[in-house]
Design a binder for this molecule. Structure first.
Ligand SMILES: Nc1ncnc2c1ncn2[C@@H]1O[C@H](COP(=O)(O)OP(=O)(O)O)[C@@H](O)[C@H]1O
Ligand SMILES: [Mg+2]
Length: 396
């Protein structure tokens, strides 16, 4: 696939994460059903005609006598793919870098459903719908799903492999907080160059989100961990992880109020489980992502004693910090874009992700804003205005 770089192996498995950094369908207690159960009833069946490449065995009922497939390891074969290294691990399963052995030898990323979840018809349906959405979402900065398949009891989807790392790891590396992106070019850029490059990259991400919305799909888990940045200087970015995505045309009101997501990035109306405009919610999440990418800090300082279950209520009642209050060097124009994307009142937010992208593209980042010099690594390195991470848990 164009624009996806392949190359030397890397290890992106996550360590030292805080529980509330993870996507969760259960962080906020659901009113009814099991996590992901909504996918069982929502949306069109995955028609053969619509997704000819998608094949997966139907989920089998759970049985205590059923044997789980052997755990995945480097070197294993899954159909035409040889597993090379694990790239990530989440609630739903594992993501592996693999080599396609038939046809042409190419690297791919395989998202493999956790074995324990495969016997749950609701989770299996959720996985199938994630793959179906992936098939529809081809285009710049999006990762099309090639196929959904089953092999040796493992259910997996294949997509292009991105030689890169998540924005989250880049931010952590810039903070010298154990990020796994020491060789990503953004990690070592001087502040004004970092700001310019990040602005262009996030404009592309916002455009890609606009294309997703054009398909009447909401992502519902936009955050730095779900933006993949290509290692080289191409400034390419990919939206990944449509595991919580929703087909807006078919989702019911109850499904829209499921409370699933990563609270730190969820719009207040979603945290409240109000009937929300999911497109506006994605734009809010992109706003929080902009805040974090530009300032290296998060809009909310979460008290250390807070439990995961009380986080949503805290986020709803707390005013976010202003970007320039935590990072005085950020140009006012950047702050204005972040604040508009993150407006608490959805009607004050950008109407579309394209509008957000256009504003990012318009930012006069070419001028040498004196203030920009205070942004990012040097600011952190000099110890100025670093009221965050890791001690106060903003970026741990
Ligand atoms: N296509 C890909 N190419 C390279 N790495 C990927 C790809 N897809 C996912 N990853 C890596 O795996 C991690 C987890 O993938 P993701 O789809 O976000 O699943 P999860 O549900 O576990 O969050 C990502 O943060 C990224 O580091
Ligand atoms: Mg993810």
């Amino acid at each position: 696939m164009r624009a996806v770089r392949t190359g030397t192996p890397q290890c992106l498995s996550r360590t030292s994460e805080h529980p509330w950094d993870f996507t969760s369908a259960t962080t906020i207690p659901r009113r009814s059903g099991t996590p992901g159960a909504e996918e069982d009833t929502a949306g069109p069946a995955m028609g053969r005609g619509a997704c000819p490449g998608l094949v997966a065995e139907p989920a089998r009922p759970s049985s205590s006598r059923m044997t789980l497939p052997r755990p995945l390891a480097a070197g294993h074969r899954l159909g035409p793919y040889r597993l090379l290294e694990r790239l990530g691990q989440g609630a739903q399963g594992e993501v592996w870098k693999a080599l396609r052995l038939d046809r042409r030898a190419e690297f791919v990323a395989l998202k493999v459903l956790k074995s324990a979840l495969a016997s749950n018809p609701a989770r299996m349906a959720q996985f199938r719908r994630e793959a179906e959405r992936g098939v529809r979402l081809d285009g710049p900065s999006l990762l099309p799903v090639y196929e959904l398949s089953t092999c040796d009891g493992h259910h997996f989807m294949a997509m292009p492999y991105v030689e890169g790392t998540s924005l989250r790891e880049v931010i952590k590396s810039r903070l010298r907080d154990g990020g796994r992106a020491p060789r990503h070019f953004l990690t070592s850029l001087e502040e004004p160059d970092y700001l310019r490059a990040m602005t262009r990259i996030l404009a592309k991400a916002a455009r890609a989100l606009g294309r997703v919305h054009d398909h009447r799909i909401a992502h519902r888990d936009i955050k730095p961990a779900n933006l993949l940045l290509v290692h080289d200087r191409s400034e390419e970015v990919y939206l990944c992880d449509f595991g919580l995505g929703r087909d807006l045309e078919v989702a019911t009101a109850e499904q829209m109020r499921d409370g699933a997501g990563t609270p730190m990035y969820m719009a207040p109306e979603r945290l409240l489980r109000a009937l929300a405009d999911e497109i506006k919610c994605d734009i809010y999440s992109m706003g929080v992502t902009l805040f974090e990418a530009f300032t290296l800090q998060r809009p909310f300082q979460v008290p250390g004693h807070l439990t995961s279950s009380s986080l949503p209520a805290f986020l709803v009642r707390t005013e976010p910090r202003r970007p320039r209050a935590v990072c005085p060097g950020l140009p006012p124009e950047h702050e204005a874009v972040i604040l508009k994307a993150m407006a608490r009142n959805p009607s004050r937010r950008y109407e579309s992700a394209y509008q957000l992208a256009a504003d990012l593209e318009r930012l006069d980042v070419s001028r040498e804003a004196p203030a920009a010099r205070a942004i990012g690594k040097r600011q952190v390195a000099s110890g100025q205005s670093r009221p965050v991470a890791p001690k106060d848990r903003c970026l741990t």
